[in-house]
Ligand binder design. Structure first.
Ligand code: DQA
Length: 147
């Protein structure tokens, strides 16, 4: 499995992890997530963690995943709930036969009603939510199991 690359893409406000609503998202930041996933993957995969607040940039990263056939772990953050443009880009990935796993740190279904809808889930390979940074770890294992 050496040679596998996994893109871990994070949407808006996730660059503020560590200080953003720690009661909901914990007190660890994206660097800690990067270290955790790199350690978990070990020699099995190269992990690339990115974050943007920009919908267009996130869409371009999904296009890049299609072009390079790179599996994706995607936390679309608030875009989850309304971005049809991001959904269409995610569909490009999975329709090309590339794994894309939607992840959430919190369990959106246990929160406000507007978070109960995901426009991404219907085109994702699978969804993991509610396990803190563990959601990403489980997604790494799922990607590797499907690779
Ligand atoms: C989130 C849940 C979303 O509802 C929220 O907008 C986020 C983070 C999560 O990881 O729990 O920004 O995707």
């Amino acid at each position: 499995m050496t040679g596998t690359r996994i893109l871990v893409l994070n949407g808006p406000n996730l660059g503020r992890l560590g200080s953003r609503e720690p009661d909901v998202y914990g007190s660890q930041d994206l660097n800690a997530l990067r270290a955790l996933l790199t350690d978990l993957a070990g020699a099995r995969a190269e992990i690339e963690v990115r974050q943007t607040d920009d919908e267009a940039e996130l869409i371009h990263w999904l296009h890049e995943a299609v072009d390079h056939r790179t599996p994706v772990i995607l936390n679309p953050a608030a875009f989850t709930h309304y971005s049809y443009a991001l959904r269409d880009a995610a569909a490009l990935v999975t329709k090309a036969g590339i794994t894309l796993i939607e992840v959430h740190i919190s369990n959106p279904h246990a929160r406000e009603t507007f978070r109960h809808t995901s426009v991404i889930s219907g085109v994702a390979s699978g969804v993991i939510a509610g396990f803190g940074f563990g959601s990403y770890g489980l997604a790494v294992e799922a990607v590797l199991a499907s690779a």
